[in-house]
Design a protein around this ligand. Structure first.
Ligand code: SAH
Length: 350
C-alpha cells in the first residue's frame, strides 16, 4: 500500500527530527533540511546539496514540498505595492500583498481560502469558505515573496483573506515557525494577527503569551450597527469582545489595535465617534481608521476626507491614539479578496 506523503514544510524542527530518526537517519540531518526549507527557501529536494542523493530520493518518496505558484503579479504604479495571486496544489488560488514602508517590508498573508465570517463590506467572504490553509501554505506566501522580490521581509500581517482564529492551530504554528531562530527569525513584535472577534480564540491566544500584536476588527460602537456589518457580532456582543481584549492586554502586556472601517452613512457620524471613544476609554490600544474600500458587489461608500478627519479629531480629543490607514495599491485591487474575486469571476465567465 502506498503511504500518504507528509507535508514536510509544515513540520517543526522537532517533528522533522522525529521522522528522520524513524527513517533511520541521523538527527542532525533534520537541521540541515530545515535550513534548506525555512532559510534558504528551496523548492526541490534536489537542491539540498549537502545531503546524499539517496537521502534526497528517500525524502521525495516520504514527503511532498509545498511551493506556491505565482499565477498573477500586479505592481502598483502609485506606491510599489505588489499583489500576488498564488496557485495551490489543489487548484485553489489565494492572494498575498507586499508593501514597502520606511520601517521595512511587510507581507499581508491569507490564512484561509475564502472566509465564512460574512462581513458585509469584505470581498473575501463573498463565496464563503473553501478551506483553511496549511502551515506550509502560510509560510510559503512569505517565502515566495521574499524570493521573488529579493528583499528581506521584516513584518507580517495576517490580514489577507480568512479569519486567523478560525484556523487557530495552523496560525499558532505558523507564528512559532516564522519567528523561530531556525527559520526567518522575524520578531513576533513585527507580526500582527487581525481577528473579527472570536472570543474563545482571543482568550486562548492570550494564554499563549506571544509577543505579537493583536488587532480587533471593531467597525462599530454599538451592537446594533456591528451586527449589521459583521454576522460574528451576533455570537459575541461588544462587551464580551472587549472584555476578552482587556484580558489579552493583561496577560501579554501588548497593546491592542482596534480597526474601524469607516462606511459612509453607516458608522461614520460624530455621535458614533463619541460612542467609540467612550467604549475604548479604559483600553490600552490605538485605533486604526480604514476608509472602506468599495467592493463592487457590496455597494458601500467611503466617507469624504473631511468626515474621516472629523471622526479622527473627535477620538483624539478624547485621548485616543488614532491613525488613518494609508491606502496602498489602490490601482491594483489592494483590498482583501478583491483580486482573487475578479480572477474567479473571469475564470468562471470564461
Ligand atoms: N478576518 C480578519 C482579517 C481580515 S482583513 C479580521 O476580520 O480582522 C483585515 C481588516 O480589513 C479587517 O479589519 C477587515 O474587517 C477589513 N476589511 C475587509 N474588507 C474591507 C474593505 N473592503 N474596506 C475596508 N476594510 C476592510
Amino acid at each position: 500500500m502506498e503511504m500518504e506523503k507528509t507535508d514536510i514544510k509544515s513540520l517543526t524542527l522537532k517533528e522533522l527530527e522525529q521522522v528522520l530518526l524513524e527513517m533511520g537517519e541521523k538527527k542532525f540531518r533534520a537541521k540541515q533540511i530545515y535550513q534548506w526549507l525555512h532559510q534558504r527557501l528551496v523548492c526541490d529536494f534536489g537542491e539540498m546539496t549537502n545531503l546524499s542523493s539517496s537521502l534526497r530520493e528517500a525524502l521525495g518518496e516520504r514527503f511532498f514540498l509545498t511551493c506556491l505558484e505565482p499565477v498573477e503579479v500586479r505592481i502598483s504604479q502609485i506606491d510599489g505595492t505588489r499583489k500576488y495571486l498564488f496557485g495551490l496544489a489543489d487548484g485553489h488560488v489565494i492572494e498575498s500583498v507586499w508593501m514597502q514602508y520606511r520601517h521595512g517590508n511587510s507581507v499581508c498573508i491569507s490564512t484561509q481560502v475564502g472566509c465564512r465570517m460574512g462581513c458585509r463590506f469584505c470581498a473575501s467572504t463573498l463565496d464563503g469558505l473553501e478551506r483553511s490553509l496549511t502551515v506550509s501554505e502560510m509560510l510559503d506566501q512569505v517565502y515566495r515573496i521574499q524570493v521573488l522580490t529579493g528583499e528581506r521581509v521584516s513584518h507580517i500581517v495576517l490580514m489577507g483573506s480568512g479569519e486567523p482564529l478560525d484556523n487557530y492551530d495552523g496560525v499558532l504554528k505558523f507564528v512559532h515557525m516564522v519567528s523561530g531562530s531556525g527559520g526567518l527569525n522575524i520578531s513576533q513584535r513585527n507580526i500582527t494577527i487581525s481577528t473579527c472577534g472570536i472570543v474563545p480564540g482571543i482568550r486562548r491566544l492570550a494564554g499563549e503569551k506571544l509577543q505579537i500584536t493583536l488587532a480587533l476588527s471593531l467597525h462599530a460602537s454599538s451592537d446594533e450597527v456591528r451586527r449589521e456589518l459583521m454576522p460574528v457580532a451576533r455570537s459575541y456582543c461588544l462587551e464580551e469582545v472587549l472584555d476578552a481584549c482587556r484580558e489579552y492586554f493583561a496577560m501579554t502586556g501588548r497593546r491592542m489595535t482596534f480597526e474601524y472601517s469607516l462606511v459612509k452613512g453607516v458608522n461614520d457620524s460624530p455621535r458614533e465617534a463619541m460612542a467609540l471613544a467612550k467604549l475604548l476609554g479604559g483600553h490600552c490600544g490605538h485605533v486604526n481608521l480604514i476608509p472602506v474600500n468599495p467592493v463592487q458587489e457590496r455597494g458601500y461608500a467611503q466617507p469624504d476626507q473631511a468626515a474621516v478627519r472629523q471622526f479622527q479629531g473627535i477620538l483624539e480629543k478624547q485621548g485616543l491614539t488614532v491613525t488613518v490607514r494609508r491606502e496602498m495599491g489602490r490601482d491594483i485591487q489592494g483590498a482583501c479578496g478583491q483580486l482573487r474575486k475578479s480572477f474567479l469571476n473571469q475564470r468562471e465567465g470564461g
